[in-house]
Ligand binder design. Structure first.
Ligand code: 13P
Ligand code: SF4
Length: 361
């Protein structure tokens, strides 16, 4: 039986021990969490709900209640298809909003009102409109880590799992790529494009002709993930000094020099698959540190090194207790005004229609 189908607390506690979660929590705490998780699974059936869990959820939640786990791309696809009445999104607000955009007739709940994202906060719909006015006709790609009103202003969304495919699908010499400066720089490098960041005033064709530095194919924005921007090349050097055989994996929200110094870069699910499908004795995961617990639990024969002071404060808002309260009280309901939702749908749906599973799947 899947752990997410267990509705009694004793079997749940045993399943948690079998997954060695006592490595991350004291047994007594695990026992209490098992009771909450079992109650959620019972209520989930009663309320005809599906629980989606992002790869960054803490191990006690990730291993027990989600029906579907994954990265932003996979969870968007699955949210679009579910026939359950309620979607409980154990992730951050922009993810729950994307579920509502794709499947508006469902009740979408997020267990914690405050679960934001520094990237989503870094740009507004007015910022996107201003860029479009400065560079008319240039297609706009926005990272899925944005709010619905920003998505509504853009041509197509992307995730860290499919950004290269999305950029290539546009077949355009120039692209505005928002709002993560590091993801943009990493994708620009991977697709051989020169990136610049916007000046306050429009650049005329004459001025551009005078200045060869104005030759660009990618226009970025100065947003950053407050977690991934903190990893440095020195972190990699320090770990490699002690474990020369370590394989380093970096999320593409990390700065480009960090990605370049790593052995592999991909979305959260792509990193998980990479660990599963390769045979190194140890890995360094440069991403949100709860994911390291989940990857370590799934790969007990491999050692997962991670810099565990770096936990996403927004993802950490989502707990088992709040998820239970969300189902009991039908809180917190995600709403998106229909006029914005319909336009944002076009950008997300266009991304999903590109299909594929991401180049590394
Ligand atoms: P993924 O799409 O790779 O799961 O990333 C989402 C995210 O917020 C990373 O910080
Ligand atoms: Fe946003 Fe970074 Fe947290 Fe992901 S890890 S939700 S990008 S703040």
């Amino acid at each position: 039986m899947e752990t997410s189908q267990i509705t009694e607390h004793k079997p749940m506690f045993e399943a948690m021990l079998a997954r060695k979660l006592d490595r991350f929590y004291p047994e007594a705490e695990l026992y209490v969490k098992a009771k909450v998780a079992a109650e959620i699974n019972w209520l989930k059936i009663e309320r005809n709900a599906v629980i989606l869990g992002h790869n960054y959820m803490e191990a006690a939640l990730f291993q027990t209640i989600p029906d579907i786990v994954g990265d932003s791309l996979e969870l968007s696809r699955r949210a679009a298809k579910t026939e359950k009445d309620i979607i409980v999104f154990c992730g951050v607000r922009f993810m729950a909003e994307t579920a509502k955009i794709l499947n508006p007739s469902k009740t979408v709940l997020i267990p914690a009102r405050k679960a934001g994202c520094s990237l989503a906060e870094s740009i507004t719909a007015a910022d996107v409109r201003a860029l479009k006015a400065m560079y008319p006709g240039v297609p706009v790609v926005t990272y899925i880590n944005t709010y619905a009103d920003v998505k509504a202003e853009t041509d197509i969304c992307c995730t860290s799992g499919n950004a290269v495919e999305v950029v290539k699908s546009l077949n355009s010499e120039r692209i505005i790529f928002l709002p993560d400066q590091y993801l943009a720089a990493n994708i620009a490098r991977e697709t051989g494009r020169k990136i610049i960041f916007p000046s306050k005033t429009p650049v005329s064709a004459e001025k551009q002709a005078e200045n060869p530095n104005m030759d660009w194919q990618f226009l970025g924005w100065r947003g950053a993930c407050e977690v991934h921007e903190r990893f440095t090349v020195q972190d990699i050097k320090n770990v490699r000094a002690d474990w020369p055989d370590v394989v380093v994996l970096a999320h593409p929200e990390c700065p480009p020099d960090v990605v370049e110094a790593s052995d592999y870069s991909g979305s959260t699910t792509q990193m998980i698959k990479y660990v599963e499908q390769t045979k190194a004795p140890r890995y360094l995961l440069l991403t949100e540190c709860s994911m390291g617990d989940n990857v370590a639990a799934a790969n007990p024969e491999k050692e997962m090194l991670r810099l565990c002071s770096i936990r996403c404060p927004h993802m950490a808002e989502i707990t088992l207790e709040d998820t239970l309260a969300a189902l009991q009280k039908t809180q917190f309901v995600i709403t998106v005004p229909e006029e914005i939702r319909a336009r944002a749908f076009n950008a997300v749906d266009r991304m999903i229609k590109i299909g594929g599973l991401g180049k590394r799947d």
